[in-house]
Design a protein around this ligand. Sequence first.
Ligand SMILES: [Ca+2]
Ligand SMILES: [Ca+2]
Ligand SMILES: [Ca+2]
Ligand SMILES: [Ca+2]
Length: 689
Amino acid sequence: MKRFPAIAAVLLASLCGGASADGVGHLTQRLVVKFRDPPALARAAAARKALTQADDVRSLGLRKSLSLAWIRETGGGAVVVALPRPMTPDEARQAARLLADDPAVAHAEPDVRVFAMQAAEPLFASQWNLPGPTEARGSVGGVNVTTVWPLTAGQGITVAVIDTGWTRHDELDAAWLPGHDFISLDPAGTFDTANDGDGRDHDAADPGDWCTTGGVDTPSSWHGTAVAGIIAAQVNGYGAVGVAPGVRILPVRAIGRCGGYMSDVIDAMRWAAGLPVADAPVNPNPARVLNLSLGSAADSPCSVLQQAAVDEIVAANVMIVAASGNEGVTGMGAPANCNQVVAVAAHTRQGELAAYSNFHAGITLTAPGGTGSTPVSAILAASNTGVTGPGLPEAARAFAGTSAATPHVAAAAALLWSLDPGRPLAEIRNALTGAARQWPPNSACVAGAAVGRCGTGMLDVGGAIARLGSQVTVGIVAPAETLPGNAVISVGASARSRYAPSQLAWRWTQTSGAPARLEGHDTPTVRLTLPPHRTTVGLRVTVTDPVGVQTIDETTIEVNNPPVAAEVAPVLAAPGYPVTHTIEASDPDGDEVRFTLLQGPEGMTVGRHDGRLAWVVDRAGSQLARVGIEDAFGLRGKDVVIAIEVAEADRAFTASPLVTGRSGGGGAFGWPGIALLGVALASWARRRR
Ligand SMILES: [Ca+2]
Ligand SMILES: [Ca+2]
Ligand SMILES: [Ca+2]
Ligand SMILES: [Ca+2]
């Protein structure tokens, strides 16, 4: 058995003080509520709008027996609302659901607290291993986890660190669970390896693992503390931050002075996963992920007993993540070389395979192990000042090796599981391997001795979360009815995502039709000034979440102006004579106008395409005709109503013999200069019979 020593050296200034772990950090006292706004409100003056919204919020609160107060309007036209007290994420979600049930509410969700870890953690700026390569201060080798934190920090998941045990540390005291010490007696009946004066016991505290070989002392490594720190260093305004600062750490001690025994490691693994171990009590906090930053020599195989334990643990849906080893050779010891173990090799800040890292066809992926002894190239990890026994907690030390790479992967698995604890191990593993980024072209993994022996790529936590399936769905709420040209409308979309709407990137674009004017194209609600004439405006919204998962929705808005008829003067007629009258109507879009007779004297017809009314007048008196007009696309205009005055037969007229008329100004017989029938015509008509 051989322990991987931490390549630790430069002591960072011990950063004292700082806040304690922020136990109420995830509470929120706010919701974001989107009302089904009457459109008029959108155009109301700001002050009036605020009053109206405040009233809406108050009455909503009364309806739901929840004291609510208006805070402000969001860019997207939603309203930020204060709750009566701080609520846990679950409570806030329940409150949001309650409000969303109200008919006046289109959407409601908790205003999730977002943490600026960069600002809070003094050493964050040196943690090149955490941001993604395209982020500010990002490095080629970064694991791209900072974008994941607004979503989850790993809450609810336990990671077992099977290592040298725990030490008291401000970064970890809130994360440590009660573990177990599995280091048994040495063959001679001594406690040289255990170094705590006894064999297996319930206390996994790390008494120091200094090792004397050939008369030379290697100082204690505080290896378990460092590995746990890489996973779970807290957001507490002190020191650094871990990959998954919300997870709990189960410290299981299996490595002591100068190493440990594989039999102890196997028992520690079984116990950590919740499987029975003969001389240990049942583990009340089984881990979902086992971190093994340890292993046997690169040429030693996975033993039968070890593989059996691995199989049993994996069958329990627990992931085992193990280091490939630091011998810089082609090969890999146990447990990394056991089937079904996630084997991790180390890459550098630049994405090179680290010179010390073992590489092998069985490697699953690489993660930042760093190099050297300064934070510029190594990984910052929690430590202790003690040279032999424990001294004072030390904020962080530079740490490098496959021991540093492995906990990045274990923490990433915990983050993925925290979002969906029911996921089978294979899906979590596939997400991690599938999303791994390619190494740069000069890496030995791409062009060198290690081709095909570095796994699928470099760990990318954000990508892995995206791989687990797009969680963004978006639906546009657009008016279904046809709208007139130049209308100003708002089109909204609501997104369902693990992220709050304010954390999503919105982009509205027009995909077809005559150009409309878009305002607020990067908010959930876009304001459109429609083009003047008939067209179909294609509209697309693209929503991107912080890890790059993107989804779109599209809609079309029909713009069409109805035909308009000229004003129609009363039509004068005389009984017994054929009459025609043409309705003048036009369409602002230049569309053909179609006419339909809706109501009129018996026998009246209207030309479908020319609007020509024709009928034979049968009796005197006032009558009414109603003609519907629509354009070629079926858009109806205002009905044309025609008053018909039929005079007595013997009444004298002085007019043209033609009994025709045109409504509106274009006709020859416009009202009041109307002269429709004449005596001459009447006589002529009678003669023809
Ligand atoms: Ca002991
Ligand atoms: Ca002990
Ligand atoms: Ca910290
Ligand atoms: Ca039209």
